[in-house]
Structure formats: structure tokens, C-alpha cells
Design a protein around this ligand. Structure first.
Ligand code: HEC
Length: 136
């Protein structure tokens, strides 16, 4: 290879790597839901936690496992988000608690263990106020 060709090859690899990393960053930004979006999806009467709870009670494990997986995706996103209010340490503590409870619900669904799912659902309902007081 002449040095010019080597340089061209090198530049095009760099360009490709740069394009790819920019693309990956954009893609990730689009896919990470905001805290507000997560709060519309996860809690509440028609939220994912309630859906998982009902599916588990009905023994509809395919549905409960699917919802459990989705819950985990949301809890990972929540941990990556930055709180608009409150300090970072407190946010980490609350999002860690959120993620532990969601994991308990999802694992309960994976094991087809309704009691474990409902125990997680009950704990989840007690997390709202602490986090909202500090961060909402
Ligand atoms: C880990 C922290 C955390 C936990 C736990 C949490 N929330 Fe939130 N929630 C927030 C934050 C932060 C906001 C404000 C989001 C914003 O407006 O950007 C919010 C906003 C909301 C909103 C308003 C959404 C909107 O449309 O503006 C609702 C409703 C809500 N939460 C319900 C709940 C309920 C119910 C629970 C418990 C079952 C809960 N949240 C648990 C952090 C949390």
C-alpha cells in the first residue's frame, strides 16, 4: 500500500467510526424515556405495575413476564436519567430502590410466583412519596 492509500483507508475508518458513534448516541437519546414518560407508563391504575399484578393474579404468566421485562427496561432508564430537582446521591438511592422492587416483581413473574409479585407491587406503592418529596 502506498502511504496515500494507507492514509485514505485510515481516514475512512475514522470517518466510519465517528459516524457510527454519533448515530449510536442519537439512537440512545431517542430510546431513553424521560422520567415524566416513565411516570406515565409505570405507576397508576392502568400502569405497567398494575398490569403485571393483574396478569399474575390471573395466572397469565406470558403477559406478566412480558410486562416485567418492560418494567426492568423502564427502571434502567430511570436510573440513567438525571433528576431536575434534589441531589444526585438521593436520586441514586431512590432509583436503586425502584429498580430493586421492579426486579422483585419481574423475577416473581419469571418464577410464576404470584405472592412474590404482589409483595413487590405492595412495596412499590410505598415508594412514591419519598421520591416525589425529594425530586418532583
Ligand atoms: C425514583 C423516584 C420516583 C418514584 C419511586 C416515583 N416517582 Fe413519580 N415522579 C418522579 C419524578 C422525578 C417526577 C417528575 C417528573 C417530571 O415532571 O419531569 C414524577 C412524576 C410523577 C407523576 C406526574 C407525571 C406527569 O404526567 O407529569 C405521576 C402521576 C407520578 N410521578 C406517579 C408516581 C406514583 C404513583 C409512584 C409510586 C407508585 C411514583 N410516581 C414513584 C419520581 C419518582
Amino acid at each position: 500500500m502506498t502511504s496515500v492509500r494507507r492514509l485514505v483507508a485510515c481516514l475512512s475508518i475514522t470517518a466510519f467510526a465517528m459516524t457510527f458513534s454519533t448515530y449510536a448516541a442519537d439512537d440512545k437519546d431517542k430510546k431513553t424515556p424521560t422520567t415524566k414518560e416513565i411516570m406515565k407508563k409505570v405507576p397508576g391504575k392502568n400502569g405497567l405495575v398494575a398490569k403485571t399484578s393483574t396478569a399474575a393474579k390471573d395466572g397469565n404468566w406470558d403477559e406478566a413476564q412480558k410486562d416485567g421485562k418492560e418494567l426492568k427496561t423502564y427502571s434502567e432508564a430511570l436510573s440513567k436519567n438525571v433528576a431536575k430537582k434534589g441531589d444526585k446521591e438521593s436520586w441514586e438511592k431512590h432509583t436503586k430502590g425502584f429498580s430493586e422492587i421492579v426486579t422483585e416483581i419481574a423475577d416473581g413473574a419469571d418464577k410464576k410466583d404470584n405472592a412474590a409479585v404482589q409483595a413487590g407491587v405492595k412495596k412499590f406503592g410505598a415508594t412514591c412519596k419519598g421520591c416525589h418529596d425529594a425530586h418532583k
